[in-house]
Design a protein around this ligand. Structure first.
Ligand code: KG4
Ligand code: ZN
Length: 344
């Protein structure tokens, strides 16, 4: 059995053909970084328009790389929640149109659950039950994953997502977009102890939530003190940039690692699965490895190419197909986060 999966929740247009052994037959990701770079963040309207232009060529190319014809496709899966409304609509319309024209079943995918499922694909064996941590540009969420279609939200960011904070702090430091990799590069030579930055909510064991907007503000004060500032006029000495980047990265990683270990304790589980763009961060990966080794917790982090948005992880659709969860053709998008329950 083979499926075509489509991903367009944010600013990557992606399609993949995957079989029911979770073998990736063809995968394409068209990044929009160049379009959003000068705004230092994703502009939703630009993202939606770019998806419209790229969707069909990306699907065509994924089918070509997989040497697959439409007769060999058994279902079409598409991420319908959460994400940017205009972006989600483009993927859903493409998927529905293919299903209607070719008489194939449609399967709805929850993008965050799919990020965790990237760990299942990479591992090649069952990962459930586990605690799932998604750290991306739009979300920072902890789940109790009881099974591949049973995710309970344990906590999430109450303001900025981890990746969003990386991107915004990188912008303050004059680093290019997307900020995560650029900031990690600057942090490599920095002294993380020079600035004392807060670890919001880390000291509150009653909550599994994150908060990063205060940390971002603390960086702004460390950079230029209180009062009005013009970032373009700041004297950004490379030593200062490196030290702030290192301090910020360590603070955010402390929060992510600390709350993940607390979630493991609370859920009474010994397996942590991590996905999303920020999980590509080397410092984060090695800190998680140490914490999990010390706590006797099995750690599965998605490989870097499956951390950032891709359509391969949409193969979670096979789990829905197994339990007969095929979507109707009047399926709609849900841009906001769905709390728990079955995927999508
Ligand atoms: O999962 P993703 O590709 O898209 C969303 O669903 O949001 O995540 C993108 C985010 C961006 O904020 C980017 O800056 C961040 O992941 N990111 C990183 C790294 N690589 C990507 N953050 C920190 N360190 C990295 N190496
Ligand atoms: Zn994502």
């Amino acid at each position: 059995m083979r499926i075509l999966t489509i991903e367009s929740t944010c600013d990557e247009t992606a399609a993949a053909v995957v079989d029911d052994e979770l073998r990736v037959l063809g995968s394409v990701v068209a990044s929009q970084d160049a379009l959003h770079q000068r705004f230092r963040g994703v502009v939703p309207e630009i993202a939606a328009r770019a998806h419209v232009e790229r969707m069909l060529p990306v699907i065509d190319e994924a089918m070509r790389r997989a040497s697959t014809v439409w007769d060999d496709i058994d279902a079409v899966a598409v991420a319908v929640t959460p994400g940017l409304a205009g972006s989600l609509v483009v993927g859903l319309v493409a998927a529905k149109t293919l299903c209607l024209a070719l008489d194939k079943p449609l399967v709805a995918v929850n993008h965050l659950h799919a990020h965790i499922y990237a760990c299942r694909i990479a591992r090649g064996a069952d990962i459930f039950p586990c605690v799932g941590l998604i750290v991306s540009g739009g979300h920072s969420s902890l789940y109790h994953c009881r099974g591949p279609t049973e995710f309970e939200l344990l906590g999430q960011t109450i303001d900025d997502a981890a990746g969003e904070a990386f991107d915004k702090v990188a912008a303050m430091l004059g680093l290019p977009y997307p900020g995560g990799p650029a900031l990690a590069g600057a942090a490599a030579t920095g002294d993380a102890s020079r600035f004392h930055l807060p670890r919001p909510l880390l000291g509150d064991p009653s909550r599994l939530d994150f908060s990063f907007s205060g940390l971002k503000t603390a960086v702004r004060y460390a950079l230029a003190g209180v009062g009005k500032i013009d970032f373009a006029e700041l004297d950004l000495d490379p030593r200062l940039v490196a030290d702030i980047a290192a301090g910020f990265q360590t603070a955010i990683v402390d929060c992510l690692v600390g709350k993940s270990m607390l979630a493991i304790d609370r859920a009474g589980l010994a397996r942590l699965c991590v996905g999303g763009g920020v999980a590509a961060n080397d410092h984060f990966r090695s800190r998680l490895e140490s914490a999990c080794a010390a706590g006797g917790v099995e750690l599965i982090i998605a490989p870097r190419e499956l951390c950032t948005d891709n359509a391969v992880m949409g193969a979670i659709a096979f789990e829905h197909i197994k339990v007969g969860a095929v979507a109707p053709l009047d399926l709609d998008i849900t841009p906001g986060l769905v709390r728990g329950g079955p995927s999508a």
